[in-house]
Write a protein that binds this ligand. Structure first.
Ligand SMILES: Nc1ccn([C@@H]2O[C@H](COP(=O)(O)OP(=O)(O)OP(=O)(O)O)[C@@H](O)[C@H]2O)c(=O)n1
Ligand SMILES: C[C@](O)(CO)[C@H](O)COP(=O)(O)O
Length: 232
């Protein structure tokens, strides 16, 4: 049976959060965002090993204040990140030990702490069957394409989905896509887009509107509200 490996990029600088420190370590009800995210992977039976990706200078802190403090036993390594998210993920892909082309890699933002075990299982199963999967939700608003302050298009809403993570892949496929993108200088904002760029199919798996990426200060308010609701 193919193994399922989690790659958790957490090497961003959190510029849009403007917290003055890295957003992945902001506390949500007493626990760092990143630790909340890793906990779900630690608890999921379908996950065999976890690789974290961190800014190089924060690796000791990540080890002491996330991995050791919360006793995460599945974390195999903390890998230094790169300039862009894509570079960080590529570093992670190259660091996984003993991985086979048919093993599954689940790539998940460290700052999406509301991921569920069900989402991990669904994304991994779809990747095993189809090669690549992306967790996503349908958009609720009408989306405008805007150029130089003018609307140039209103794409039909039923075709629009918001991409989340986890995104799941057979290792051989995602490794080759990252290598080809790096050689061609193609930069995508998620991993599925690299396979799309190659013309490969990507299966959509139903996500959850609560699986937010904590990006700007109002996302912290939402995250705290979600936590309060589940504590009731
Ligand atoms: N060079 C980078 C940039 C981003 N990420 C990670 O990718 C995820 C999604 O990125 P985003 O929310 O954009 O985080 P930041 O890059 O930190 O935010 P900003 O763009 O506001 O600086 C985060 O877990 C982030 O840490 C990464 O590992 N390496
Ligand atoms: C991967 C991602 O979270 C999917 O929504 C998103 O594309 C990351 O983008 P960002 O530019 O790093 O915020």
């Amino acid at each position: 049976m193919a193994r399922t490996i989690a790659l958790i990029p957490a090497a961003g600088m959190g510029k849009r959060m403007g917290a003055g420190s890295n957003k992945q370590y902001l506390m949500l009800d007493g626990m760092p965002i990143l630790a909340r995210t890793v906990r779900t992977f630690e608890e999921a039976d379908c996950i065999d090993a976890i690789y974290l990706i961190s800014p190089e200078q924060e690796i000791p802190f990540c080890r002491s204040d996330v991995v050791e403090r919360y006793g995460f036993t599945k974390v195999r390594a903390i890998v230094p990140g790169g300039q862009e998210r894509q570079h960080s993920v590529y570093n992670g892909l190259r660091a996984i030990e003993g991985i086979e082309p048919d093993d599954i890699v689940l790539i998940h933002d460290g700052v999406r702490p509301f991921v569920s075990v069900q989402m991990l299982e669904d994304a991994a199963a779809a990747a095993r069957e189809s090669g690549a999967s992306v967790v996503a939700v349908p958009v609720k608003d009408t989306v405008k394409v805007v150029q130089e302050g003018l609307v140039t298009a209103t794409p039909p809403r039923e075709t629009l989905w918001l991409a989340q993570t986890p995104q799941g892949f057979r290792y051989g496929l995602i490794r080759a896509a990252h290598e080809q993108a790096a050689a061609a200088g193609f930069l995508g904002t998620d991993d599925a887009s690299l396979l799309e760029w190659q013309g490969q199919p990507v299966r959509v798996v139903q996500g959850d509107y609560r699986n937010i990426k904590i990006t700007t200060p109002e996302d912290m308010i939402l995250a705290e509200a979600f936590l309060k609701e589940t504590a009731k």
